[in-house]
Design a protein around this ligand. Structure first.
Ligand code: GLY
Length: 337
């Protein structure tokens, strides 16, 4: 393994001033500081492009950043071809599709659900936890009953394709079965992880959302970092926001998204702050990273100036950035080949 300095694939991206005429918005709204707010949406992985478009349209319709991130990530939850989020997500070892999600706004309001089954849009359940309870996190049967009580409709989230992948995994657990060729999860093009999305609206208000079906073939009951406020997601309206994707256990041990936001609070750029969290994760997990070449962890961040950053342990992580005029995929900086 070759350790290297963060490779400068993508610079910190500053977002230019938003102009009303270009986007057809009748009236510019200003931040409390008097500056024009330039909306920004950043999200993880290539499917973030699609999610960003929905979030952007939501923002341009005058909605706040909380609505934008919820609507944006729902598109990915609804898509059965994305096998690491929502409907069609790869199941746990018992063929149960269990979903984790969290949402947080600029005022510090937040909610999450863990190990939620049979509900397609955990992000919207997380928002209900935030808005309709005094709690932050509901899990498992409790989260499911809560969702039903709020009108969410139950459905089977296990698609035929996900069941087929589970069978391949199961059949290759034993060297005696030998029915199918070994299946390497890293060969799956769709073996992408969590969608995390951060957005700033026309008033400069930042929100974030994270949603995932978590690690494929996990032990039933496993909850990852995504619904854990501070680990999978953190927002401070006066500073910025961060979200993570990758091995949740590694992130939970360093409460990485909170670390990114606190690093920005101390004056770092979003890019520098993401790199701090990646370096911390490596300090804590170096042995595991060396042993497992697929060990990946990545962060995205956004500050109140509309600057963004992204960093990963390994090559391959991408994030999608939507701002005035463009929606573009960036190769993140990383530490290991
Ligand atoms: N980062 C998603 C998970 O570990 O479940």
């Amino acid at each position: 393994m070759r350790r290297r300095e963060f490779i400068k694939k993508s610079a910190v991206v500053g977002v230019g001033a938003y102009t009303a005429t270009k986007l057809g918005i009748p009236k510019l709204i200003t931040r409390s500081g008097g500056k024009m707010a330039s909306p920004v949406v950043i999200s993880t992985w290539n499917y973030g492009m699609q999610a960003n478009e929905t979030a952007w349209k939501t923002l341009m319709g005058g909605a706040n950043s909380l609505d934008a991130v919820e609507q944006g990530v729902r598109v990915i939850e609804d898509d059965p071809s994305i096998m690491s989020v929502g409907y069609g997500g790869l199941p746990d070892e018992e063929t149960k599709v269990t979903l984790d999600a969290s949402i947080m706004d600029w005022r510090g309001n937040c909610g999450g659900v863990g190990c939620l089954q049979n509900i397609k849009n955990p992000i919207s359940v997380a928002r209900k936890v935030m808005e309709r309870t005094k709690h932050v996190l509901l899990v498992s049967e409790g989260a499911y009953s809560f969702a039903l009580a709020h009108g969410f409709k139950p459905m089977d989230l296990l698609t035929d394709e996900a069941r087929k992948r589970w069978l391949e995994w199961k059949e290759n657990l034993s060297d005696k079965d030998n029915w199918l060729p070994p299946h390497d999860m890293n060969d799956l093009e769709d073996n992408h992880d969590t969608i995390g999305m951060l957005a700033m609206d026309l008033k400069g208000r930042i929100s974030g959302a994270v949603t995932t079906s978590g690690l494929a073939w996990k032990i039933h009951g496993r909850v990852g970092d995504s619904p854990i406020i501070g680990a999978g997601l953190y927002v401070d309206g006066k500073v910025g926001a961060a979200a993570s994707t990758g091995i949740g256990e590694a992130n939970m041990r360093i409460v990485g998204s909170h670390l990114v936001v606190e690093s920005m609070r101390s004056g770092m750029s979003p890019q520098e702050a993401c790199e701090v969290a990646i370096k911390r994760a490596i300090e804590v997990h170096l042995k595991m990273i060396k042993a497992d070449k697929s060990f990946q962890l990545a962060y995205i961040a956004l500050n109140t100036k509309g600057e963004v950053g992204g960093a990963a342990i390994r090559k391959g992580f991408q994030y999608a950035l939507r701002n005035d005029g463009t929606n573009k995929l960036y190769d993140s900086k990383y530490l290991y080949e």
